[in-house]
Ligand binder design. Structure first.
Ligand SMILES: N[C@@H](CCC(=O)N[C@@H](CS)C(=O)NCC(=O)O)C(=O)O
Length: 210
């Protein structure tokens, strides 16, 4: 087995699974249930000292964490799959821009939404903290929406791992009622990612029919 993925239902590991499915790689998923807080339990700290999902072990080597780093590594390891536009092109630069925007500007906000007690100095302030996180979340997604120049994907050049990443991250923070009216392009992009033949079964397992 070349790839061992530590993952959880509806989490960032879905993006890694989608990438592995796109390249047709053999992989094993080791479930670490976030609903059961298994990442906090004994043992997982040795895999990822941050106690977060996803983590990927390649060929029995050292653990790789950070979802964006994992996706970039998979692109490098499977150049024939064209997971990201070729090096040196403006399309790649833009694909990296929005991949990293989602990883650095949006993904961390979900931790505040999911675990506001980690951030609120006063337990009485956790709900206000969560609501503020959701407002910031929505503002940042509007920025992405305004930069979707392709149809259905981010870029007119077509599908890339950035689309997968945006699709997965957009499902979080309990914004299912808000998204359709405010992020129609991101919704279309997500539907197109979810419909890709290799990805469809992975997507359905994590998110049902999107
Ligand atoms: N920067 C990390 C963030 C990973 C992350 O926050 N993962 C979430 C699931 S989507 C997690 O494991 N949360 C559990 C926790 O924070 O306790 C990455 O991009 O991989």
């Amino acid at each position: 087995m070349t790839y061992l993925l530590y993952g959880s239902w509806r989490s960032g590991s879905c993006a890694v699974e989608c990438a592995l499915a796109e390249v047709g790689a053999e992989y094993e998923v080791r479930e670490v249930s976030l609903r059961e807080d298994e990442q906090r339990g004994s043992g997982y700290e040795e895999v990822n000292p941050q106690r977060k999902i996803p983590a990927l072990v390649i060929d029995g080597g050292p653990v790789l964490t950070e979802s964006a780093a994992i996706l970039l590594t998979l692109d490098e390891r499977h150049p024939e799959a064209g997971l990201l536009p070729p090096g040196g092109t403006a399309r790649r630069a833009q694909a990296l821009r929005w991949l990293l925007f989602a990883a650095a500007e949006i993904y961390p906000v979900v931790e505040i939404n999911d675990y506001p007690e980690r951030f609120a100095p006063d337990p009485a302030g956790t709900e206000a903290m969560r609501e503020r996180a959701r407002e910031i979340w929505r503002t940042r997604w509007i920025v992405v929406e305004e930069h979707v120049t392709g149809d259905p994907f981010l870029s007119p050049g077509g599908f890339s791992l950035t689309d997968v990443y945006l699709a997965v991250v957009s499902r979080w923070a309990q914004q299912d009622d808000w998204r359709p009216a405010h992020l129609p392009k991101v919704e279309r992009l997500t539907a197109a990612v979810a419909a890709r033949p290799a990805i469809a079964p992975v997507w359905a397992r994590h998110f049902g029919s999107t």
